[in-house]
Ligand binder design. Sequence first.
Ligand SMILES: [Zn+2]
Length: 123
Amino acid sequence: MTPATVRRWVRTYQNALKLHEWQVALECVPLAQLGTDETLGRIYPHYATMTATLEVATARPDAAVKATLLHEMLHLATADVCRVVRELDDQLPPGQWALLKAVFDTAEERLVVRLTRAFGEKG
Ligand SMILES: [Zn+2]
């Protein structure tokens, strides 16, 4: 999958998810750069500037890359909700914060996986 094709898919998902206010910078990276776990992509939203950097491993089958792009764009769609939860970091005692973060992160990931599958992508 060429970088131009990857950019086109990011725009397609950005339009489908009505995330027009975000500027998404795309970085096609080697899989090894994303770590040793199951990570195939990452997105880093910057709320104040409404910009995000999306890293994706593209040396994989097209369908897998598309699923990763949708998955990461869905994380961007949940960014506002995630930010609200992150604001509690300074408000809760560390033990409560750690529990909330773990439960929330798992629930958010499950939602993103569910929505990726609902779009017909295997993510
Ligand atoms: Zn995820």
